[in-house]
Design a protein around this ligand. Structure first.
Ligand code: CAA
Length: 291
């Protein structure tokens, strides 16, 4: 655990926020977890409890450590509580206006010098920083899903992010047991600039009838040793999220190679969003397991 940091604030208790909160609590930090939606907050805390319980059952975690970890997780119903945070990570929905409003509020609430990090997968860190009076202390900290499993954090330096902020964020990533890479603040950073065109191309291959869904996914799983095929991965990420990121790449880089496949657009319009809606390229049972 980093010597100067004790308390991490996490805003947003969705899939990413709850994963970040779990990893931070398991790494010894006190965690303030907040979500405007209190039932989502409760569900997330229940989910983390369940994840830790599974580790106990597998004999990987002592019951006492589970109890200590849960005791470090605090349910927070208002952002005022973040005045006690040493570092804040925002993980709310990918909506520029929502995030900018939140950064303005956090800037007013948090002690001067506290780093405000965003888990955004594609929005501009520079624009978020501009909503605050501390742009040098604003940074991107892009975790991968599922957060407890994936080893990477992509650190994104905005136009004004200081070298000290980058170094302190790297140190935090290390304390969380993750490996950090640094990307500049351009659309999609490194991860989604490379991942989303691959997923989009897989959808084009399906759309144009080059192969069936299993064929496409099997090529990438067995032929390229990806843990999941690109269509299964798109379902896992959420087809709406994939579409939104592709739109940002397309608009921000201006290159037609990023145009989203019409099939992706049509599936999102139909509400086939992947695991979270029970249906995407594949069908899922309640809870997200493949049907
Ligand atoms: N939360 C916590 N742990 C989880 C988990 C979750 N949601 N899902 C799986 N795990 C754990 C399991 O408990 C299991 O742990 P143990 O081995 O310790 O028991 C381990 O992960 C393996 O799980 P499974 O055996 O159930 O399944 P699997 O071997 O098929 O692995 C997977 C599942 C880890 C998700 C794997 O398929 C994988 O790595 N897929 C690719 C995921 C990926 O690419 N993520 C990045 C998405 S892009 C992104 O996040 C950024 C963006 O901006 C879009």
């Amino acid at each position: 655990m980093s010597a100067a940091l004790r308390t991490i604030g996490v805003v947003g208790a969705g899939q990413m926020g709850r994963g970040i909160a779990q990893v931070a609590a398991q790494s010894g930090f006190t965690v303030l977890l907040h979500d405007e939606n209190t039932s989502a907050l409760d569900a997330s805390l229940g989910h983390i409890g369940g994840q830790l319980e599974r580790q106990v059952e597998k004999g990987r975690l002592a019951p006492a450590v589970r109890a200590e970890t849960l005791a470090r997780l605090q349910r927070v119903t208002g952002t005022e509580a973040f005045s006690a945070a040493d570092f804040v990570i925002e993980a709310v929905s990918e909506n520029q206006a929502l995030k900018a409003r939140l950064f303005e509020t956090l800037d007013r609430t948090c002690a001067p010098g506290v780093i405000l990090a965003s888990n955004t997968s594609s929005l501009s860190i520079t624009r978020l920083a501009a909503a605050t009076r501390r742009p040098a202390r604003v940074i991107g900290m892009h975790f991968m899903n599922p957060v407890p499993v994936m080893e990477l954090i992509e650190i994104v330096a905005g136009q004004a992010t200081s070298g000290e902020t980058i170094e302190e964020t790297r140190a935090l990533a290390k304390s969380l047991g993750k490996t950090a890479v640094q990307a500049q603040d351009y659309p999609g950073f490194i991860s989604n600039r490379i991942l989303m065109p691959m997923i989009n191309e897989a959808i084009f291959a399906l759309y144009e009838g080059v192969g069936g869904r299993e064929d496409i996914d099997t090529v990438m799983r067995l032929g390229m040793r990806h843990p999941m095929g690109p269509l299964a991965l798109a379902d896992f990420i959420g087809l709406d999220t994939c579409l939104a990121i592709l739109e940002i790449l397309h608009a921000g880089l201006g290159d037609p190679k990023y145009r989203p496949c019409p099939l992706l657009r049509r599936m999102v319009e139909a509400g086939r969003l992947g695991r979270k809606s029970g249906r995407g390229f594949y069908d899922y049972a309640p809870g997200g397991a493949p049907a």
